[in-house]
Unconditional design. Sequence first.
Length: 129
Amino acid sequence: MEINVTNVGMDYQAKSSSGMELGIVFGPDKPADDRTMDPVELFISGLSMCIAAMLRKFCNEHNLDAGEIRVWAETDWESGKPMCSYLDIKVSVGGDWDDRRKAAFMKVAETCPVHATMAECDDVRMQIV
């Protein structure tokens, strides 16, 4: 996969080699009524959505009626800060689940590729060309 981002002013456009696109408005003069997320919010949202997707896939593959899957994340990270010192993620899967099933859900949530990349990737390379 390749992602290409272009920026003019406050407008940022991302295009994936898969054909998908994303646009945001970001900067100190961002209009108050603009509802697009900033890059930090996109990152945390991507992680949370990946966890929800992995759980939904698991439930569908095992014919489990999960109802609503909800993932919420809390962090002290905000735009302008170099990184976060904590990230708390909570997951709720609809239905009445016992501790054994909840433990299985945790294992599935941990297979999220975004989470695995955050935890294991030790080689991120950047260059100015």
